[in-house]
Design a protein. Structure first.
Length: 282
Protein backbone atom coordinates (compact mmCIF):
# COMPACT_ATOMS: atom_id res chain seq x y z
CA UNK A 1 0.00 0.00 0.00
CA UNK A 2 2.76 2.46 0.92
CA UNK A 3 4.59 1.82 -2.35
CA UNK A 4 1.40 2.51 -4.30
CA UNK A 5 0.81 5.76 -2.41
CA UNK A 6 4.36 6.97 -3.06
CA UNK A 7 3.89 6.42 -6.81
CA UNK A 8 0.98 8.88 -6.95
CA UNK A 9 1.70 12.36 -8.43
CA UNK A 10 0.47 14.29 -5.37
CA UNK A 11 2.56 12.33 -2.86
CA UNK A 12 4.37 14.62 -0.43
CA UNK A 13 6.97 13.13 1.88
CA UNK A 14 7.19 14.45 5.42
CA UNK A 15 10.35 16.57 5.87
CA UNK A 16 10.76 15.15 9.39
CA UNK A 17 10.59 11.47 8.40
CA UNK A 18 13.67 9.69 7.06
CA UNK A 19 12.48 6.09 7.21
CA UNK A 20 11.05 4.91 3.88
CA UNK A 21 9.34 1.96 5.57
CA UNK A 22 7.15 4.05 7.85
CA UNK A 23 3.36 3.90 7.92
CA UNK A 24 2.41 6.36 5.18
CA UNK A 25 5.63 8.38 4.98
CA UNK A 26 3.89 11.74 5.03
CA UNK A 27 1.23 10.88 2.47
CA UNK A 28 -1.80 13.09 3.00
CA UNK A 29 -4.75 10.85 3.81
CA UNK A 30 -8.40 11.79 4.40
CA UNK A 31 -7.78 11.43 8.14
CA UNK A 32 -5.24 14.27 8.02
CA UNK A 33 -8.01 16.74 7.22
CA UNK A 34 -10.66 15.00 9.29
CA UNK A 35 -11.15 17.61 12.05
CA UNK A 36 -11.64 20.43 9.55
CA UNK A 37 -14.08 18.26 7.60
CA UNK A 38 -16.16 17.50 10.69
CA UNK A 39 -16.24 21.13 11.83
CA UNK A 40 -17.47 22.33 8.44
CA UNK A 41 -20.04 19.56 8.26
CA UNK A 42 -21.34 20.41 11.76
CA UNK A 43 -21.55 24.11 10.95
CA UNK A 44 -23.37 23.44 7.68
CA UNK A 45 -25.90 21.23 9.49
CA UNK A 46 -26.55 23.88 12.14
CA UNK A 47 -27.13 26.53 9.50
CA UNK A 48 -29.65 24.31 7.73
CA UNK A 49 -31.51 23.75 11.01
CA UNK A 50 -31.53 27.50 11.67
CA UNK A 51 -33.55 28.30 8.58
CA UNK A 52 -31.53 28.16 5.35
CA UNK A 53 -33.85 28.48 2.31
CA UNK A 54 -35.06 25.16 0.95
CA UNK A 55 -33.29 25.58 -2.40
CA UNK A 56 -29.98 26.17 -0.64
CA UNK A 57 -30.53 23.11 1.54
CA UNK A 58 -31.28 21.05 -1.57
CA UNK A 59 -28.07 22.20 -3.21
CA UNK A 60 -26.12 21.42 -0.04
CA UNK A 61 -27.58 17.90 0.12
CA UNK A 62 -26.63 17.37 -3.52
CA UNK A 63 -23.14 18.62 -2.71
CA UNK A 64 -22.72 16.24 0.25
CA UNK A 65 -23.89 13.34 -1.93
CA UNK A 66 -21.25 14.13 -4.55
CA UNK A 67 -18.54 14.72 -1.96
CA UNK A 68 -19.10 11.29 -0.44
CA UNK A 69 -19.09 9.56 -3.82
CA UNK A 70 -15.34 9.77 -4.28
CA UNK A 71 -12.30 7.73 -5.22
CA UNK A 72 -9.33 8.21 -2.89
CA UNK A 73 -6.64 9.31 -5.32
CA UNK A 74 -5.07 12.76 -5.04
CA UNK A 75 -6.23 15.77 -6.99
CA UNK A 76 -3.58 17.75 -8.84
CA UNK A 77 -3.19 21.51 -8.96
CA UNK A 78 -6.70 22.41 -7.84
CA UNK A 79 -5.55 25.75 -6.48
CA UNK A 80 -3.72 26.60 -9.74
CA UNK A 81 -6.66 26.21 -12.12
CA UNK A 82 -9.59 27.22 -9.93
CA UNK A 83 -9.65 30.92 -10.88
CA UNK A 84 -9.31 30.21 -14.61
CA UNK A 85 -12.04 27.56 -14.51
CA UNK A 86 -14.45 29.88 -12.72
CA UNK A 87 -13.83 32.73 -15.13
CA UNK A 88 -14.67 30.47 -18.08
CA UNK A 89 -17.65 28.69 -16.55
CA UNK A 90 -19.44 31.88 -15.51
CA UNK A 91 -19.43 33.09 -19.11
CA UNK A 92 -22.28 30.62 -19.72
CA UNK A 93 -24.43 32.39 -17.09
CA UNK A 94 -25.58 35.45 -19.03
CA UNK A 95 -27.58 36.86 -16.10
CA UNK A 96 -24.48 37.21 -13.95
CA UNK A 97 -23.12 40.74 -13.99
CA UNK A 98 -19.33 41.11 -14.33
CA UNK A 99 -19.07 42.54 -10.82
CA UNK A 100 -20.61 39.39 -9.37
CA UNK A 101 -18.29 37.24 -11.45
CA UNK A 102 -15.23 39.00 -10.06
CA UNK A 103 -16.46 38.69 -6.48
CA UNK A 104 -17.21 34.98 -6.78
CA UNK A 105 -13.86 34.36 -8.46
CA UNK A 106 -12.06 36.28 -5.71
CA UNK A 107 -13.82 34.29 -2.95
CA UNK A 108 -12.95 31.02 -4.63
CA UNK A 109 -9.34 32.02 -5.22
CA UNK A 110 -8.84 33.17 -1.63
CA UNK A 111 -10.37 29.98 -0.24
CA UNK A 112 -8.80 27.40 -2.54
CA UNK A 113 -5.34 28.97 -2.69
CA UNK A 114 -4.76 28.97 1.05
CA UNK A 115 -1.76 26.84 2.10
CA UNK A 116 -2.81 23.47 3.50
CA UNK A 117 -1.03 22.25 6.64
CA UNK A 118 -1.24 18.51 7.30
CA UNK A 119 0.01 16.14 9.96
CA UNK A 120 2.29 13.22 9.17
CA UNK A 121 0.63 9.93 10.22
CA UNK A 122 4.05 8.58 11.24
CA UNK A 123 5.78 11.27 13.33
CA UNK A 124 2.74 13.53 14.01
CA UNK A 125 4.69 16.57 12.80
CA UNK A 126 2.84 19.27 10.86
CA UNK A 127 4.14 20.59 7.56
CA UNK A 128 2.77 22.67 4.70
CA UNK A 129 1.92 21.19 1.31
CA UNK A 130 3.61 23.03 -1.59
CA UNK A 131 1.41 24.23 -4.43
CA UNK A 132 1.79 22.48 -7.75
CA UNK A 133 2.21 24.88 -10.63
CA UNK A 134 2.96 22.63 -13.58
CA UNK A 135 -0.31 23.57 -15.29
CA UNK A 136 0.91 27.15 -15.55
CA UNK A 137 3.38 25.99 -18.19
CA UNK A 138 0.88 23.78 -19.97
CA UNK A 139 1.23 24.19 -23.74
CA UNK A 140 -2.47 23.58 -24.39
CA UNK A 141 -3.38 26.37 -21.99
CA UNK A 142 -0.95 28.75 -23.69
CA UNK A 143 -2.38 27.86 -27.10
CA UNK A 144 -5.95 28.46 -25.92
CA UNK A 145 -5.03 31.80 -24.32
CA UNK A 146 -3.17 32.98 -27.42
CA UNK A 147 -6.13 32.09 -29.63
CA UNK A 148 -8.94 33.46 -27.44
CA UNK A 149 -7.46 36.15 -25.19
CA UNK A 150 -6.12 39.63 -25.82
CA UNK A 151 -4.85 42.26 -23.39
CA UNK A 152 -6.43 45.65 -22.83
CA UNK A 153 -4.37 48.30 -24.67
CA UNK A 154 -4.65 50.56 -21.61
CA UNK A 155 -4.10 48.40 -18.51
CA UNK A 156 -3.01 45.05 -20.08
CA UNK A 157 -5.67 43.03 -18.25
CA UNK A 158 -6.42 39.78 -20.17
CA UNK A 159 -9.81 39.88 -21.91
CA UNK A 160 -11.82 37.28 -23.81
CA UNK A 161 -14.59 38.04 -26.32
CA UNK A 162 -17.81 36.04 -26.16
CA UNK A 163 -19.81 37.33 -29.12
CA UNK A 164 -21.02 40.80 -30.06
CA UNK A 165 -19.35 43.53 -32.05
CA UNK A 166 -15.77 44.73 -31.88
CA UNK A 167 -16.54 47.72 -29.64
CA UNK A 168 -15.19 46.56 -26.28
CA UNK A 169 -15.05 48.11 -22.81
CA UNK A 170 -12.46 47.05 -20.26
CA UNK A 171 -14.11 46.31 -16.91
CA UNK A 172 -10.87 47.09 -15.09
CA UNK A 173 -9.94 50.55 -16.40
CA UNK A 174 -13.27 51.31 -18.18
CA UNK A 175 -11.75 52.39 -21.50
CA UNK A 176 -13.33 51.63 -24.88
CA UNK A 177 -11.25 50.03 -27.59
CA UNK A 178 -11.58 48.12 -30.85
CA UNK A 179 -11.17 44.35 -30.63
CA UNK A 180 -10.09 44.14 -34.28
CA UNK A 181 -7.20 46.62 -34.23
CA UNK A 182 -6.73 46.84 -30.40
CA UNK A 183 -6.55 50.65 -30.37
CA UNK A 184 -8.19 53.07 -27.95
CA UNK A 185 -9.09 55.80 -30.44
CA UNK A 186 -9.53 54.37 -33.88
CA UNK A 187 -11.27 54.94 -37.19
CA UNK A 188 -11.24 51.23 -37.90
CA UNK A 189 -14.20 50.16 -40.05
CA UNK A 190 -14.89 47.22 -37.76
CA UNK A 191 -15.28 49.35 -34.62
CA UNK A 192 -18.83 50.69 -35.04
CA UNK A 193 -21.91 48.55 -34.52
CA UNK A 194 -23.68 50.10 -37.54
CA UNK A 195 -23.20 50.21 -41.30
CA UNK A 196 -22.69 46.45 -41.74
CA UNK A 197 -19.67 46.35 -39.44
CA UNK A 198 -17.84 43.08 -39.07
CA UNK A 199 -18.88 41.46 -35.77
CA UNK A 200 -16.10 38.93 -35.46
CA UNK A 201 -12.60 39.69 -34.30
CA UNK A 202 -9.57 39.70 -36.55
CA UNK A 203 -7.63 36.44 -36.05
CA UNK A 204 -4.31 36.71 -34.27
CA UNK A 205 -1.45 36.08 -36.68
CA UNK A 206 -0.42 32.44 -36.95
CA UNK A 207 -3.18 31.08 -34.69
CA UNK A 208 -6.49 29.71 -35.82
CA UNK A 209 -9.25 31.06 -33.52
CA UNK A 210 -11.34 28.44 -31.77
CA UNK A 211 -15.13 28.47 -31.63
CA UNK A 212 -15.59 29.29 -27.97
CA UNK A 213 -18.84 27.77 -26.71
CA UNK A 214 -19.96 26.33 -23.41
CA UNK A 215 -19.74 22.79 -24.77
CA UNK A 216 -16.25 23.32 -26.16
CA UNK A 217 -15.06 24.65 -22.80
CA UNK A 218 -16.57 21.63 -21.05
CA UNK A 219 -14.86 19.22 -23.45
CA UNK A 220 -11.53 21.01 -23.09
CA UNK A 221 -11.41 21.03 -19.30
CA UNK A 222 -13.11 17.68 -18.78
CA UNK A 223 -10.31 16.08 -20.80
CA UNK A 224 -7.70 17.78 -18.60
CA UNK A 225 -8.92 17.59 -15.01
CA UNK A 226 -12.32 16.04 -14.13
CA UNK A 227 -11.74 16.53 -10.40
CA UNK A 228 -11.50 20.30 -10.76
CA UNK A 229 -14.59 20.41 -12.96
CA UNK A 230 -16.52 18.56 -10.24
CA UNK A 231 -15.33 20.89 -7.48
CA UNK A 232 -16.04 24.06 -9.44
CA UNK A 233 -19.55 23.06 -10.50
CA UNK A 234 -20.45 22.11 -6.95
CA UNK A 235 -19.17 25.48 -5.78
CA UNK A 236 -21.14 27.15 -8.59
CA UNK A 237 -24.37 25.51 -7.45
CA UNK A 238 -23.84 26.67 -3.88
CA UNK A 239 -22.79 30.22 -4.76
CA UNK A 240 -25.86 30.73 -6.96
CA UNK A 241 -28.35 30.18 -4.17
CA UNK A 242 -26.58 30.97 -0.90
CA UNK A 243 -27.20 34.58 0.13
CA UNK A 244 -24.97 34.34 3.18
CA UNK A 245 -21.39 35.04 2.10
CA UNK A 246 -19.97 33.51 5.28
CA UNK A 247 -21.93 30.33 4.65
CA UNK A 248 -20.51 30.10 1.13
CA UNK A 249 -17.00 30.52 2.52
CA UNK A 250 -17.57 27.71 5.01
CA UNK A 251 -18.68 25.44 2.18
CA UNK A 252 -15.62 26.45 0.17
CA UNK A 253 -13.44 25.35 3.08
CA UNK A 254 -15.25 22.03 3.18
CA UNK A 255 -14.77 21.66 -0.58
CA UNK A 256 -11.07 22.41 -0.23
CA UNK A 257 -10.74 19.71 2.41
CA UNK A 258 -12.65 17.09 0.46
CA UNK A 259 -11.25 17.68 -3.02
CA UNK A 260 -7.63 17.88 -1.90
CA UNK A 261 -7.29 14.13 -1.92
CA UNK A 262 -9.98 12.78 -4.26
CA UNK A 263 -10.56 12.20 -7.93
CA UNK A 264 -14.17 12.49 -9.04
CA UNK A 265 -15.00 11.71 -12.68
CA UNK A 266 -17.95 13.54 -14.20
CA UNK A 267 -19.17 12.92 -17.73
CA UNK A 268 -19.84 15.60 -20.31
CA UNK A 269 -23.58 14.96 -20.18
CA UNK A 270 -23.70 15.49 -16.42
CA UNK A 271 -21.96 18.83 -16.76
CA UNK A 272 -24.47 19.95 -19.38
CA UNK A 273 -27.29 18.94 -17.03
CA UNK A 274 -25.68 21.04 -14.29
CA UNK A 275 -25.71 24.13 -16.51
CA UNK A 276 -29.30 23.59 -17.64
CA UNK A 277 -30.43 22.98 -14.06
CA UNK A 278 -28.83 26.21 -12.86
CA UNK A 279 -30.53 28.18 -15.64
CA UNK A 280 -33.89 26.54 -14.93
CA UNK A 281 -33.80 27.06 -11.14
CA UNK A 282 -32.69 30.68 -11.47
Amino acid sequence: RDQLLRALPAYRSCPNCTNNNNRGGGFVTPNCLGPHYRLCQKDAASRINNGIPIITATVLIFYVFLARYIVKTPSRSLNVDIFFLLSLIFISFSKFRPEAQRRVARWARDAFCRPITVECPCCSSSFMLPSESKHLDDEETKTWMNANMRRCPSCSVPITKNGGCNQMKCLHCHVNFCWACMRLRTKCGSYNCHHNAVNSATPIAGIEPQHDTTLSRIDYYLAREPTQIAAVYIYTFISLFARDVQFVQYIIGFTMSAFTFISFSLTRDLLIICILTVHYLR
